[in-house]
Ligand binder design. Structure first.
Ligand code: KIV
Length: 260
């Protein structure tokens, strides 16, 4: 199982693999297959059909983290802290301490660059391990008027480098970088000593993260350009359920092998 120090040592040595999980069933399938599992607040969109992540709550994140930790006891787990839970240091500490007290999660993730470095510092100084998240930050997309790609020009790249350095200095041990041009992904990865985990950030980051229901083809509402589908999960499930329904209707299930 990875630790904070082994994750940091992967920088420039080995690509890091992160995947999201929301329940014990799928977490068990990912256990020991990836470096980190993220209990992302994306669950509010893919599993709860909300329009964005903003209505995810601390109680939801705790519930799903408990399930994921049960399913993947040998994998490093990171819990996303939802919108509104870290507006100031005091409330961030209270909410994030809950994650450590009530679950076996190894770290928390919070969105924000320079403007939230003081929150990252308050957490890391109190022994709460933090994964940063910069670039396209879904929790702030509503106030920014949509999901906007970042790092499109030199100024944009410099701003992201400043963000990454600020949260690295504040103690984040790794940083998720979302929705940026590939040259921005490269420049930011080269600018800091902690691993940069990209999502829609090109080929040159220190690792990748994907939302499990996107990459396994269960979430069909939309498919961002950066998502590669490794399985057509939804098709497989639909076909199986269709077959089950057909067999029940036709009296083929249960056959003699499935009765007491
Ligand atoms: O909530 C989430 O799943 C995330 C990933 C997209 C990185 O933050």
């Amino acid at each position: 199982m990875q630790t904070i120090s082994s994750i940091k040592k992967c920088k420039n040595q080995e690509k890091l693999v992160m995947i999201t999980a929301y329940d014990a069933l799928f977490a068990a399938l990912f256990n020991n297959k990836v470096d980190m599992i993220l209990v992302g607040d994306s669950l509010n969109v893919s599993h709860n059909r909300a329009i964005d992540t903003l209505s995810a709550s601390m109680d939801m994140m705790i519930y799903h983290t408990k399930a994921v930790c049960k399913g993947a006891p040998e994998t490093f787990v990171v819990t996303d802290i939802p919108f509104g839970a870290y507006f100031d240091e005091k409330s961030a500490l209270k909410k994030c301490a809950r994650v450590y007290q009530e679950t076996n999660s190894n770290a928390v993730k919070i969105e924000g660059g320079r403007e939230r470095a003081h929150i990252v510092k308050a957490l890391t100084q109190n022994s709460i391990a933090v994964v940063g998240h910069i670039g396209l930050m879904p929790q702030f997309a509503r106030s920014e008027g949509g999901f906007k790609i970042k790092g499109k020009n030199e100024d944009g790249i410099q701003k992201l480098i400043d963000d990454a350095r600020a949260i690295e200095d504040a103690g984040a041990f790794c940083i998720v970088l979302e929705g940026v041009k590939e040259d921005a992904g490269k420049a930011i990865s080269e600018a800091v000593d902690v691993p940069i985990i990209g999502i829609g950030a090109g080929r040159y980051t220190d690792g990748q993260v994907l939302v499990w229901s996107d990459m396994l083809g269960f979430f069909e509402d939309f498919q961002p350009k950066f998502v590669k589908r490794y399985l057509n999960g939804a098709d497989l499930v639909r076909d199986a359920v269709k077959q089950y329904a057909k067999e029940v209707k036709e009296g083929l299930f249960p056959s003699s092998e499935f009765i007491y």
